[in-house]
Design a protein around this ligand. Structure first.
Ligand code: GLA
Length: 386
């Protein structure tokens, strides 16, 4: 992200003023999809693209916000209980409300922000926006007393309460805690996590964006979550002796026992989640041994599950997954919430150029437009730039 670009727009919009600049990244996820809200494991890392905002308190009660890329402006009072209507404004508004709930006295401010994480690509541009504002509000109004976890959780609460996506914690966690060159394994039940250096020799990670915009606001994402919760509830009802909150606490045998009580669709979705929980652990083991062939195998299995059982893929993602397989790519799968966005591919250096070109050519021949190629660089989490 170009800091001068943001500075230029901020100064132009706000009469030559200068504020502080904050940045927070999007994320990738190696494996562990739709497991976060089921208390399972995820394996994300922050990327080097994200959202950058210049912010300056304005000594009033008014928030004056300019979304540079959208050329859109909104303003509202810090005490407004309705907030702005545009989704981008609601993320900012939600973070302010959550900070206020933490006891922070947020004053009015001027802000201009821009991003280079593709929107709707499944790379968590919205979490990047939330965490960027979390870092800024913390610095400007809370003396940096709010913890990184509180920022991530405020981002998740913003999605739930002010945007309507009942997401898990993976995206905000990754944007807040990311570290250069490191992936992270997060246990979404205990919120414990570990960094895993990720610099495989002779392999690269690359995203291929179908540019089919995924839209999680609305029912399909929340529907999946409801299916999982229904199955966990049915299992809990049979096992009063155990503490069962999410599918994380359930075994394959538990699932078998409620087969007759839950719908076939719910069963299929829960089957994916239990399988995915196992796959993340297999990948951790394989990474420790440097066994990237095994990592890749698990990625393909994840894709199959997301596509056939969890039903969150789309034709274009399945197409790219098949192209990857045909090109001998080590691992490939759709990434993120689904319904569009990117595939993530683990590719041997020697095959990289051929794979990328073949994916471009085949996708273009099939759909009449080129997919976007996004090489992955693992970067740092949200921070103040200056
Ligand atoms: C979206 C959500 C995350 C997670 C993924 C799927 O990115 O925001 O919480 O559920 O989908 O793994």
């Amino acid at each position: 992200m170009d800091i001068e670009f943001v500075r230029k727009h901020f100064a132009k919009r706000f009469n030559g003023k200068q504020g502080h600049v904050y940045f927070s990244p999007g994320r990738i996820n190696l494996i562990g999809e739709h497991t976060d809200y089921n208390g399972g494991f995820v394996f994300p890392g922050a990327v080097t693209c994200g959202i950058m905002a210049e912010v300056c308190p304005n000594a009033t009660d008014t928030i004056r916000a300019y979304a540079i890329d959208l050329e859109a402006y909104a303003q509202w009072s810090v005490n407004d209980i309705e907030g702005p209507k545009d989704t981008w404004g609601r993320y900012i508004y939600g973070m302010i409300r959550e900070f206020q709930a933490l006891g922070v006295k947020v004053g009015g401010f001027d802000v201009a922000f821009a991003g280079d994480v593709p929107l709707g690509a499944g790379m968590s541009s919205s979490a990047a926006l939330e965490v960027c504002f979390g870092v800024a509000l913390n610095d400007l109004f809370a003396n940096n007393t709010i913890t990184t976890w509180q920022i991530a959780l405020a981002g998740q609460a913003t999605e739930h309460k002010y945007v309507g996506v009942n997401c898990g914690i993976m995206d905000q966690f990754a944007s807040a805690f990311g570290k250069k060159g490191q992936l992270m394994r997060l246990d979404c039940n205990s919120l414990e996590f570990e960094y895993y250096p990720f610099a495989p020799e002779a392999y690269k990670l690359v995203l291929i964006n179908t540019c089919v915009k995924h839209e999680l606001v609305g029912s399909p994402y929340n529907d999946r979550r409801c299916s999982c919760e229904r199955v966990a509830k049915a299992i809990a009802a049979k096992h009063g002796e155990r503490k069962i909150n999410t599918l994380r606490d359930c075994t394959w045998q538990d699932l078998e026992e409620v087969k007759a009580e839950v719908s076939a669709e719910d069963m299929q979705r829960a089957t994916f989640v239990l399988g995915e929980k196992d796959r993340v652990l297999s990948v951790c083991e394989a990474l420790q041994k440097g066994d990237y062939e095994e990592v890749g195998k698990q990625m393909y299995l994840t894709h199959e599950g997301l596509s056939k059982d969890y039903e969150v893929s789309c034709e274009e993602l399945d197409f790219l997954n098949k192209v990857a397989k045909d090109c001998g790519v080590t691992g490939s799968r759709m990434m993120g919430g689904g319904f569009g966005g990117c595939t993530i591919n683990l590719v041997k250096d020697a095959l990289y150029d051929n794979f990328v070109q073949t994916a471009i050519d085949k996708f273009k021949a099939q759909y009449g437009k080129e997919p976007q190629i996004i090489p992955v660089h693992i970067g740092d989490g949200g921070h103040k730039i200056c």
